[in-house]
Design a protein around this ligand. Sequence first.
Ligand SMILES: [Zn+2]
Length: 380
Amino acid sequence: MPIVSNASHIGIQKSDKNSADTTVNENIKKARRAMYSLMGTGLHGENGLDSKTSISLIRTYILPILTYGLEILLPKGKILNNISIQYKKWIKQILSLNSNVADSAVYTLSGLLPIEAEIHVKAINLFGNISRANCDSIEWRLAERQLQIKPHNSCSWFIEVKELCLKYEINDLYAYLNNPLSKFQWKKLVKSKIHDYWISKITDESKGYSTLKFMDHKYNIGSVHPLAISVNANLKDIRKIPVRLKISTGNYILQTHKASFSKNNYISPTCKLCGKADETVEHFILLCEKLEETRIPLLSKILDNGSLILAKVATSFPIDLIQLIINPFCYVDINANRAVFEETSNILEPLCRQLLYNMHNKRYALLANIDKQGSRKSNF
Ligand SMILES: [Zn+2]
């Protein structure tokens, strides 16, 4: 009989070195194949399906492949990092975000949980299944013995799950083993605890990034952020979203960003279009005189509709025009006033999106012109 270093058993890779590592690599490979096979349907970010459909495809088809068997192996450290990096990369691709955009923005916009949390949900739910099993079953007896005798630093799966549960404030697993909750109650408890933990973690992280100052820091697990949703699922509308998201997450590269990134060769932060001031996001959206013509018609519509809509909500802080254009959802809360939220999504947001899209196109056209003139001069 041949001696092999790793073998596959019901889809989980068993290896004499590190089963978690081999399984994670194998899962990534399979998930990548699944991603490629879905590309034909438009799952590829820019010019593809709308974000809501794409995210739901990822959740339904890719996530189960990526996390297959990992509730048993519970990957940690570098191995967990590997799978997490891959997962984030795909979500960024789907949302057409740059690779260096802050992680918390990826989760806030997609409404997806980090892969680590997805694995924890599966592991803790598996424990729930064991707790409801017959007291004579091997799994139940194993759980009872291990939870009683193993120390907290043991490598036993049950102890690892116990430690995970403590992190999410689900205390005393032994008591749950003896008095199990129903499947529905257990799932509800796990979901609420895990969601609470990650909502506060991601929201805190998000507040720490200066690039995310225009985001509203509302992490709504399970629903795509309204900034990334197109009202109509036609290509014309979908095409406007990437620019919109790049500006909202502080990843739209203007002259001031280029200047701050440049180390060795000096790049001026001055606006190339008008040459009158530094090209900050405020200058680009509100002040640059070369973009005036593109800006004025839509801006007046935004002001009219914005003041009408926002007059219906009582905000305690003054309304900032730049914030209103970059992310109007900062001022409306879906739970507080649904009607106003709908109006913002259906009327105000498409106007802001259109404005940013037009400004972006105009800016690029002008910049291309300037570059052309520059190269013509240098030819003489
Ligand atoms: Zn300018």
